[in-house]
Design a protein around this ligand. Structure first.
Ligand SMILES: CC(C)=CCC/C(C)=C/CC/C(C)=C/C=C/C(C)=C/C=C/C=C(C)/C=C/C=C(C)/C=C/C=C(C)/C=C/CC(C)(C)O
Ligand SMILES: C[S@@+](CC[C@H](N)C(=O)[O-])C[C@H]1O[C@@H](n2cnc3c(N)ncnc32)[C@H](O)[C@@H]1O
Length: 377
């Protein structure tokens, strides 16, 4: 094999950077000190990341973000509610301060530190979907206990596989109420950012009828209904899920604007009539053959010139690579089905399914979701 000049330069550089003596020198030298400290901190944060996550989990379980939203409190004031000694409470609160979930807000009359929400924790009370995900992560944490066993396919059953019943089910349409209730509630709770950012990025003003396939409990349609009062709405999901969606629509007073259809998108034809179909966090759940089946079903339900909207986290997104490729990469592996895909693979699959004019529409937080629009060729 021929070794290029660039490979030889990289090999020399790697040997240099890997040497503890060079690392010591770089940590002292004024021109490299900052970058050396940044890299050491980066590796430390990955090494200790699971500890940070457990601190966040403890705060969520103890409802501390809501409790501290109104006014700062001391460890002694919080300890009875936290079910631990004042010393232990203070240790947890200090740990949370160190990772910016909380911050110190002066002292009380007796000189005890008061704690309030920190620059990261401030987003928690207003976005309860994040806390729902933190709680849900217990399952993923359990599945990742032996990551090599997970990668090697040695786990006979995973908690996430059981939780997302449709992921490994031969006949997901037969899944009963309890199996879908839990995941549907979680998806509703976490749908806020995705729905909001998507609907802010793409106007449905030009469309007549939107069908949300895999629409869950209907949160996306509900937001669309509120923004565009003349838009007709259709929801397609598994039979046990659509029952729950019907209740959402009736409770919100839009029941008469929505046609709700239950079925299996991989084996039942989708109803016709929509000029735009949305797939919100749906394609990433499925392996390539399943994803292609869904895209073809959508293609068959749309008229020529009809619009498809895919909104979901994707792979290789500049600046947020860890979200698509590390977090969702392992999440979906534990779930037992699906993967995040880079833009070029989405494009190729869409073309193969009969779509063209494929374009990426900028969303404000690509960490939450990326949006693709395509037309039936
Ligand atoms: C005051 C001065 C000087 C400057 C201002 C500085 C400034 C700009 C401050 C901004 C403050 C601000 C507004 C912060 C806002 C922060 C926000 C909105 C943070 C949001 C965080 C969101 C998180 C952590 C979301 C997590 C979502 C997760 C983990 C979702 C998981 C979803 C899953 C697992 C879905 C599964 C579906 C399946 C099965 C894969 O299909
Ligand atoms: C990750 S959830 C997303 C729900 C919703 N779109 C959201 O973003 O909150 C995937 C949805 O696809 C539905 N689904 C999965 N397999 C399906 C199938 N074969 N036929 C119809 N719906 C399916 C699930 O029931 C679930 O509601």
């Amino acid at each position: 094999m021929q070794v290029s000049l660039i490979d030889r330069w990289r090999a020399w550089r790697d040997r240099k950077l890997a040497s503890p003596a060079f690392q010591r020198w770089a940590a002292d030298f004024p021109l490299t000190r900052f970058e050396a400290a940044r890299r050491a901190r980066g590796l430390f944060d990955i090494t200790a990341g699971f500890v940070y996550s457990q601190i966040l989990y403890a705060l969520v379980e103890l409802d501390l973000f809501d409790r501290l939203a109104d006014r700062p409190l001391t460890a002694a004031e919080l300890a009875p509610h936290m079910g631990m000694s004042v010393t232990a409470a203070d240790r947890l609160l200090r740990a949370a301060v160190a990772i910016d979930l909380l911050e110190r807000r002066g002292t009380d009359a007796a000189g005890a530190a008061r704690y309030g929400l920190g620059k990261l924790g401030i987003a928690m009370p207003g976005n309860p979907g994040i806390a729902a995900m933190v709680r849900h992560h217990r399952m993923l944490y359990h599945d990742l206990d032996d990551p090599l066993a997970l990668f090697r396919g040695e786990l006979t059953e995973t908690e996430l596989g059981r939780y997302w019943s449709y992921a490994g089910s031969a006949d997901p349409a037969a899944d009963g109420e309890e199996r879908v209730a839990e995941y549907s509630t979680l998806m509703s709770a976490s749908s806020g950012f995705v729905a909001e950012d998507t609907l802010d990025a793409y106007s449905l003003g030009e469309h007549r009828c939107l069908m949300d396939v895999g629409g869950g409990e209907g949160r996306f349609l509900l937001q669309a209904a509120r923004r565009w009062p003349d838009l007709q709405l259709m929801l397609f999901d598994l039979p046990a899920v659509v029952e729950r969606a019907r209740e959402t629509f009736d409770a919100a007073g839009v029941g008469d604007r929505v046609q709700v259809v239950g079925g299996n998108v991989k084996s039942d034809p989708l109803p016709k009539g929509a000029d735009i179909i949305s797939l919100v966090r749906v394609i990433l759940d499925h392996n390539d053959d399943g994803a292609m089946t869904i895209l073809r079903a959508v293609r068959a339900a749309l008229p020529v010139g009809g619009t498809l909207m895919i909104t979901e986290p994707m792979s290789e997104v500049p600046g947020v690579e860890p979200v698509g490729d590390a977090y969702f990469g392992l999440y979906l592996l534990a779930m037992g089905s699906g993967r995040t895909r880079p833009l070029r693979e989405h494009r190729a699959m869409l073309r193969e399914a009969g779509f063209d004019q494929i374009r990426l529409v900028r969303t404000r937080r690509p960490l939450q979701t990326r949006l693709l629009i395509a037309k039936v060729a």
